[in-house]
Design a protein around this ligand. Structure first.
Ligand code: FNR
Length: 357
């Protein structure tokens, strides 16, 4: 496993093709899925030389959490679909690597059990919790309580899903549900007799900024909005007291034909003007990808599919090796760019090609 793509190839060979499609797929024609990765390939690095340093510093402080590298695990649902230990394996690997993991609300292990597993290793859990605000306020409050009791240190509220994106691969494959025996464990007993069924996750087409104001009053945890793309919404988020933004198009799984997140980053960062941190996800597959996003002003990047591929390939050990691989690539890239600290990554290191196809 020398690259993220090696993990993908190995995972595909192991997985039920329906589940592999669920992971790889996106909305409609998957134009945005392809655009995310392609955007990184189009941008060039222009390194500085003779600024050497024997070691590079990769650790970050982000919204009260400390991490050993600026690559975090974006929330992905249903880890038990690809590994029997599911999110327990992912979380142990993330903790061993010192990386922040955003636990999906649709995890197949309860967030409290994930946190316990990390603590049992003697590790300091760097877990954040991803939330879809539910039409029923009490249910949303219960979910927040479960995440808070588990010791999660931030809430990541996904706001790009007023309705569920059209994953046509899933429709064609008839994949609408978890196999027997698997449940969305955070959703069990939200109301009497609820068994953690996928269809309990309600999207809220009525979601608006008042919901965010309500959330701000309801929790003292840092709030990150995930799925904001428009710079005007980034400005509004700051005005509504949000603590961080995750610039994401859901890996191309919601609205198709939106731009690659990397393309939006400079304008987005300018709109936020340093007031709150900006994290980017979508298409990050290489250390060079992370460096480009950081150079353009992201505080960290997130990875989604790579984690699922690594978990499918080798369970906890697979995710551990994935994170090591990305850390090594990141470290190498910093060295080759003449950067010893993340703060040395500035826009002058990247350029848009001026000629060629
Ligand atoms: C996701 N994503 C996601 N996002 C979210 O807010 N809640 C969720 O439960 C999930 N679930 C999920 C499952 C799978 C299989 C994938 C691939 C993605 C989106 C995810 O957090 C992230 O935005 C993208 O995956 C990032 O793009 P890459 O790294 O997959 O290209």
């Amino acid at each position: 496993m020398l690259t993220v793509h090696d993990f993908e190839t190995a995972a595909r060979a192991k997985l039920d093709p329906v589940h592999a499609d669920f992971i790889a797929g996106g909305a409609r024609d998957e134009i945005t899925v392809r655009a995310n990765e392609a955007a990184f390939g189009r941008l060039q690095l222009l390194p500085r030389v003779l600024r050497g340093s024997a070691v590079r510093e990769l650790d970050i402080a982000l919204l009260g959490s400390r991490a050993s590298m600026p690559i975090l695990l974006s929330p992905t649902a249903f880890h038990k679909l690809v590994d029997p230990e599911g999110e327990l394996a992912t979380a142990r690997a993330a903790a061993a690597a010192g990386a922040i993991m955003i636990v999906s609300m649709a995890s197949t292990v309860a967030v409290g059990d994930i946190a316990d597993a990390v603590r049992a290793m003697g590790a300091d859990a760097q877990l954040w919790f991803q939330l879809y605000i539910q039409p029923d306020r009490e249910i949303t409050e219960t979910l927040i309580r479960r995440a808070t009791d588990a010791g999660c240190s931030a809430l990541v509220v996904t706001v790009d899903s007023p309705v569920l994106g059209a994953g046509e691969r899933n429709r064609r494959n008839g994949f609408h549900d978890l196999p027997p025996g698997l449940r969305c464990e955070n959703l069990v007993d939200l109301r009497d007799g609820e068994r953690g069924h996928v269809r309990q996750i309600a999207m809220s087409p009525e979601l608006n900024w008042q919901h965010i104001d309500w959330l701000r009053r309801t929790t003292s945890l840092p709030i990150v909005l995930k799925g904001v793309l428009h710079p005007e919404d980034a400005r509004l988020a700051v005005r509504h007291g949000v603590d961080g933004l995750l610039l994401s198009n859901h890996g191309g799984r919601q609205l198709d034909t939106v731009p690659a997140t990397l393309e939006l980053l400079p304008e987005f960062v300018a709109a936020v003007a340093g007031r709150i941190p900006v994290i980017l996800d979508g298409g990050v597959r290489r250390g060079t990808d992370a460096v480009k996003a950081l150079a353009l002003g992201a505080s960290a990047v997130g990875i989604g599919r790579p984690v699922m591929w690594a978990l499918a390939e080798g369970g906890e050990d697979g995710v551990r090796r994935l994170l090591e691989l990305l850390r090594d690539e990141l470290d190498d890239t910093l060295a080759l760019c003449g950067a010893s600290r993340l703060a040395d990554l500035t826009p002058e290191l990247v350029r848009v090609p001026t000629w060629g196809p």
